[in-house]
Design a protein around this ligand. Structure first.
Ligand code: URA
Length: 238
């Protein structure tokens, strides 16, 4: 049980003092009774301020790290009725993915209901590193790696300089495995970058988002981020 003014201010609707004023002025209701200063409320009590019901779960932020499998859309809903990443996670919170991965891309995907963290991580000024491993058609030339590293024209922008490394190649299958680390997050950016230098991406996986990888998770598996990890993500704000 907590004092109603404390609950109101903890939820960020008003300062403690403003909450007290609201109560004194009869603007706060607890389960349809006018609240008195110092009234205590339990989780299930419905609090209204100026006639509006407070969302008691507002501060219940959740954070998941999913190893996204292929064949799942990285959205909350899909027009075509395809399976979504959100449906893979057992929560009653309204979560959404932080950024996108294509339908056929696998790997690290964060999901949360924390809008502030989402905005922060997606904002280009914060330079969050995303590491991808691409299996491409063909044996990539050194000169093309050089071009990718320096930035290529994709749609109407030039990509920023980035780390690119040929990890292996297979002459028999005529494929190369290339690691690429980008700090931007344009739509289909990695595939378009390879396309711009003449290679088709056959498979794409995100190995890392910031400092988070999903080595311990099989495709489709997820885990909850630790409070320490969440704090560390917040600390990446530039
Ligand atoms: N770049 C792509 O092309 N696809 C992804 O899913 C992620 C980055």
């Amino acid at each position: 049980m907590e004092r109603v003014q404390k609950v109101i201010s903890n939820l960020g609707y008003a300062s403690r003092r403003e909450a007290e004023e609201l109560i004194k002025n009869g603007k706060v209701m607890i389960n349809n009774d006018v609240a008195n200063l110092g009234d205590k409320v339990k989780e299930s009590d419905i609090i209204k301020v100026n006639g509006v019901v407070l969302d008691r779960n507002k501060n219940d932020k959740v954070y998941f790290l999913l190893n996204k499998p292929r064949g799942v859309v990285a959205t909350v809903k899909d027009d075509k009725g395809r399976k979504t990443v959100v449906s893979l996670i057992d929560t009653d919170k309204r979560i959404y993915p932080i950024g996108r991965l294509d339908y056929d891309t696998t790997g690290v995907l964060l999901l949360t209901n924390d809008g502030e963290l989402t905005n922060m991580l997606l904002h280009p000024s914060n330079n969050i590193e995303k590491v991808y491993l691409a299996k491409i058609k063909g044996i990539i030339k050194g000169s093309d790696i050089y071009k990718l590293k320096n930035g290529v024209m994709v749609d109407n922008y030039k990509t920023s300089p980035c780390y690119v490394k040929l990890k292996s190649y297979n002459k028999k299958t005529n494929t190369s495995m290339v690691e690429i680390r980008i700090h931007e997050g344009h739509n289909h950016q990695v595939k378009k970058m390879f396309e711009s230098v003449g290679y088709e991406v056959l498979k794409l996986t995100r190995l890392r988002f910031a400092f988070l990888d999903c080595k311990d998770l099989k495709p489709g598996e997820y885990r909850v981020l630790t409070p320490k990890e969440v704090k560390k993500l917040y600390s990446l704000k530039g």
